[in-house]
Write a protein that binds this ligand. Structure first.
Ligand code: MG
Length: 241
């Protein structure tokens, strides 16, 4: 009974207040004013942090803090097998992340062995990078999947060697002081401008083996995965939200 009263009273109150508002100006909000940023489609917005502009990998490091051993040349950064994943030096939480990548033109392997890499938010949640152009694998492991959790809504792949764009909007999960998750993270992904993950609610981490886990954590680095395939990256930027 108490809960019914608790839920109805605010509604009645809101309805009463609403009936008293007759001036449209009363519901206009003027402050604060969203600041103006500059942008040009296909260019980096003025308020973005550039993580890779083609000149150097200074924003990144390997897990042991050493300088990036991936191959930076011709405005791109290519995975060098066995050197390991790379991580942004800076940690991030809620963000908009833009990443361009290209699968190897020399077709080697199949399924998960072809053009495999990955973009990890907070070093824990993988948006799969894979050559999914005429290359069948499990659906929740193909390009644009939230690895082993959520298959992409469609396959928006271009051919190997062409540049693919990921635009990722990420809201980090929240944990309380006891380390209990109190709000799930969410991910929206556009692949080449097409929505393939629509505000997906993360179940937890994205392990290769086993079920999602929910360890409490704060901000973390963006990770790009070394999965042994020479995937290329370029034009990486992030906007903190
Ligand atoms: Mg991967």
């Amino acid at each position: 009974m108490k809960s019914i009263v608790c839920s109805i009273v605010p509604l009645l109150f809101a309805a009463t207040i609403n009936a008293q508002i007759t001036d449209p100006v009363a519901t206009e909000v003027w402050e604060p004013e969203p600041r103006h940023i500059t942008f040009n489609e296909d260019e980096v917005p003025s308020d973005a942090i550039v993580l890779f502009d083609g000149t150097n990998a200074d924003a990144w490091q390997h897990g042991d803090g050493s300088a990036v051993k991936w191959n930076v040349s011709d405005g791109t950064m290519t995975v060098v097998r066995g050197t390991g994943p790379i991580f942004t030096k800076e940690n991030f939480g809620d963000c908009q992340l833009h990443v361009e990548w290209s699968a190897p033109t020399e077709i080697v392997g199949e399924g998960q062995g072809r053009g495999n890499s990955g973009v990890f938010l907070q070093n824990k949640y993988e948006v799969q990078v894979l050559d999914s152009y005429n290359n069948r694998t499990y659906s929740n492991g193909q390009a644009g999947s939230i690895y082993k959790q959520s298959m992409p809504l469609v396959n928006a792949m271009k051919a190997p060697g062409e540049w693919q764009k990921y635009d990722i909007i990420f809201k980090a999960p929240r944990f309380n002081a006891d380390g209990i998750k109190v709000a799930s993270g969410t991910i929206t992904v556009l692949h080449n401008g097409v929505v393939i993950q629509n505000h997906y609610e993360l179940k937890g981490t994205t392990p290769f083996i086993g079920l999602p886990q929910n360890p409490a954590h704060g901000d973390g680095p963006i990770q790009l995965q070394d999965h042994g395939n020479p995937v290329k990256y370029r034009n990486i930027w992030i906007r903190e939200l």
